[in-house]
Design a protein around this ligand. Sequence first.
Ligand code: GRG
Length: 298
Amino acid sequence: MNSDFINLETILSIFSTDFEKKLMSFLPKTLFFSNKLNKAMQYVVKVGGKRLRPLILNEISSILGVKKENSDRVAVGIEFIHCYSLVHDDLPAMDDDDLRRGHPTCHVKFDEATAILVGDAFQSLAFEIISHKKTHNNSEVRCNLITELAKSSGAEGMVGGQMLDLEAERKTLSLEKIFELQRLKTGELFRFSCIAPCLLAEKYDELEIFENFSSKLGLAFQIKDDLLDVEGNIIDVGKKTGKDHKQGKETLVSLLGIENAKKKSQDLIEESIQIIEPFGEKAQNLIDLANFIISRNK
Ligand code: GRG
């Protein structure tokens, strides 16, 4: 195994342990807060996940010199949005999954109504954390972050992409339409993770650079996700595989073929790395992370 990969595995594992404590510390603790909702939110945080979006956000923040206490709050916000999306995506009305990250999904462990409310609560909490003055002393920066997160996660972002995805079952879609669907459903949260540090650092000239980086990274991530659905196994991936085919869903892999899809994701990662290479040594972890996106087995 290559040493960069081992190094990144260590970084990911240390980051995940530390970041889980941070996520837990942001869960509400009020006296009137329902014990069941509390337990269900804790459950979703504790079953883990790769924490890729917060790690990307923190790495770009460190390249741009953002204070850690500021970037950490936005990283928690984006991970809570991601948690909400997975809990809702697993519901019977959507993807109807009973396994996620190797554990029973939230609605299986608790019940459907609780899972809906857990997703809602994570979403509100994300915006509450980011809007707090501890996130940045400039209120205009906080407003920009909120606007961008709302766009990335809403009808013109992830929710819009999810709707297109639900409508796509048993339909023939062109490659362009699938690229667009995936850009919205998956790519938009990666876009937010990549541009939030520019907003926090008030370095607006870097926005385009990191937006370009994110579009390549997000698409490569999605192709790899589709490849794992075809080639991965339930133990490694932590969720049922072969679902796209069963649901009659066209994916980038079904349209491109396995070998072309692998080549496309490799090309995208190489292009994404070229974009950040000018940042030199400071970008090394981000480069390793980009390579990990397509070499991972879960
Ligand atoms: C319900 C509004 C709403 C949106 C759902 C995120 C999403 C949209 C659907 C999840 C289905 C899916 C497999 C999407 C592909 C990309 C993706 C988000 C994979 C999961 O992300 P990882 O691999 O998950 O980062 P972990 O578990 O590591 O956090």
